[in-house]
Design a protein around this ligand. Structure first.
Ligand SMILES: C[S@@+](CC[C@H](N)C(=O)[O-])C[C@H]1O[C@@H](n2cnc3c(N)ncnc32)[C@H](O)[C@@H]1O
Length: 474
């Protein structure tokens, strides 16, 4: 048996000894030939609602379950917050090696990643102007590790290194690049594998459909749930879901699953750029969720080039009404519809920017905002210039990118430059296609409105209250 498969077997034995129940109708499978690591596959037909496995809460790798939480003051964990606390606990358990309760689990977790955090500068360049590059935050995360995590490890060196004679030196060495890299790996595992674990007795306020608000989900403690995190994801083929029970977390089939089919979780409607950033892979069926961002910097630059200085008062007013943002989503829509693809906030922003001082003062006096569903000729012209400028920020055109068909090589190592470059190309092509559709639609709108010029001026009734154009939901 390969070491990969024996690690899987040892993991399953450990899990069952820990009190987990795993259905005989599924198996943990080696999916490396399709570059998907391990995955869970049905070996017999599975019925809707059937229990796939249940994991005892005590097996979750979490702050609560780690012995470290009994040794380090609660206030320290509270100060660190859920993400850094779990990184601290995972570092502790990982460096404990075989002595850790979760040693067999660590042996099935990957140590190499394709998430953007681990890409070289040259590989990241392939994403060109994609806004996802500004979301990676490697440097700021390094600083967080150095300023928040390291002091805790140094202060609790004896506990963290289990009384080792060289505990202090080892704690100091945690600031070295290879250890910062280890912290990034734990952080990445949490991002790609951890669940927001609802407590046994739910303290969340749920709406009538049983969903908590996103803010409340963010407050939930994070935990690494063995086996539940071995499910790969698919935007269209999600067929299982984790249910939080008092003593167990139960994975159940959401629909009938045929023998041989993979069991998939759902990561939500993520654009491929975010899928790559958080999970290190992309598939075509996430393309409908692609997003091209129009950054405020581009907007300001284009406005200044065409119309002059941005009026601070207008920006303040837009900010007060929740319209000002660091960037605006332009999304894919099928069939394409300009008003579906453009963020309503972006339309409101453009319409306010083009107002004369007199018009703006009138709007302000009435506490109103332009309607996001009716773009004027001047507004469409400005938006058109902005989108053209955004397209020009990418180093190549879609035509250049697609001269050769772009496919992600499969018969290659998991971490490979070729795979990363192909994935980056597909992400940037997706974004450019969205921008091109919007650019064409705006050009047509400018023509159309130009032809009926004179009726393009907003009437006073074309306004409505408050921040009408909320950021589009992904
Ligand atoms: C929660 S884990 C799933 C288990 C993982 N395959 C493993 O072997 O550890 C998430 C990771 O699995 C991989 N993954 C998930 N869904 C995938 C898919 N549909 N195709 C390829 N890789 C996928 C990505 O590397 C992602 O970061």
């Amino acid at each position: 048996m390969s070491s990969f498969n024996s690690a899987s077997q040892e993991f399953l034995v450990w899990l069952s000894k820990s009190g987990a129940e795993v259905s005989e109708n599924l198996k943990l499978q080696d999916l490396r030939e399709i570059q998907a690591g391990r995955g869970v596959v049905a070996v017999k037909d599975i019925a809707e609602d059937e229990l796939l496995f249940r994991i005892p809460r005590s097996s979750i790798l979490s702050v609560e379950n780690s012995i470290l939480s009994k040794e380090i003051p609660k206030a320290t964990f509270e100060h660190l917050g859920p993400w850094l606390s779990l990184i601290l606990v995972m570092l502790y358990e990982y460096q404990n090696g075989d002595a850790s309760n979760w040693a067999p689990y660590f042996r099935v977790l990957p140590s190499e990643f394709n998430t953007l955090m681990f890409w070289s500068r040259e590989e990241l360049e392939e994403l060109q102007a994609s806004a996802v590059r500004s979301k990676i935050g490697k440097e700021s995360t390094d600083e967080t590790f150095k300023n928040e995590l390291l002091p805790v490890i140094e202060e609790c060196a004896d506990i963290f290194f289990c009384g080792a004679a060289d505990a202090k030196q080892r704690a100091a060495a945690m600031g070295q690049p290879h250890n910062l890299q280890l912290m990034h790996k734990m952080g990445t595992l949490i991002m790609a594998y951890a669940f927001d674990v609802e407590p046994a007795e739910s303290i969340k306020n749920v709406d009538e459909e049983g969903y908590a608000s996103e803010e409340e989900d963010e407050d939930l403690p994070k935990g690494m749930v063995p086996l539940a995190d071995m499910l790969n994801a698919d935007a269209d083929r999600n067929n299982a879901r984790l249910f939080y029970e008092e003593n167990f977390l139960s994975m159940k089939a959401l629909k009938p699953i045929k023998a041989g089919e993979e069991i998939f979780n759902d990561y939500g409607p993520l654009p491929r750029s975010d899928l790559l950033r958080r999970y290190g892979y992309i598939t075509d069926n996430y393309a409908p969720y692609d997003v091209a961002e129009l950054p405020l910097d581009t907007i300001s630059r284009v406005f200044q080039d065409h119309n002059g200085i941005l009026d601070e008062q207008k920006l303040e007013y837009l900010d007060e009404h929740g319209v000002l943002d660091s960037g605006y989503d332009i999304t894919a829509s099928e069939p394409f519809a300009l008003y579906k693809s453009l963020s309503p906030q972006l339309i409101v922003l453009a319409e306010v920017l083009i107002l004369s001082d007199e018009e703006f003062n009138r709007l302000k006096a009435r506490g109103k905002l332009p309607k996001p569903d009716k773009v004027t000729l001047e507004g469409a012209k400005l938006l058109h210039e902005m989108v053209k400028a955004r397209i020009a920020e990418y180093a190549t055109s879609v035509e250049e990118d697609t001269r050769e068909p772009v496919t992600i090589p499969l018969n290659d190592k998991y971490v490979s430059k070729e795979r990363r470059i192909a994935m980056a190309k597909l992400v940037r092509i997706g974004e450019k296609n969205i921008l091109k559709s919007v650019e064409r639609a705006l050009a047509a709108r400018v023509q159309e409105l130009g032809a009926t010029n004179g009726t393009s001026k907003r009437s006073r009734q074309d306004t409505e209250d408050g921040a009408s154009g909320k950021k589009q939901k992904r």
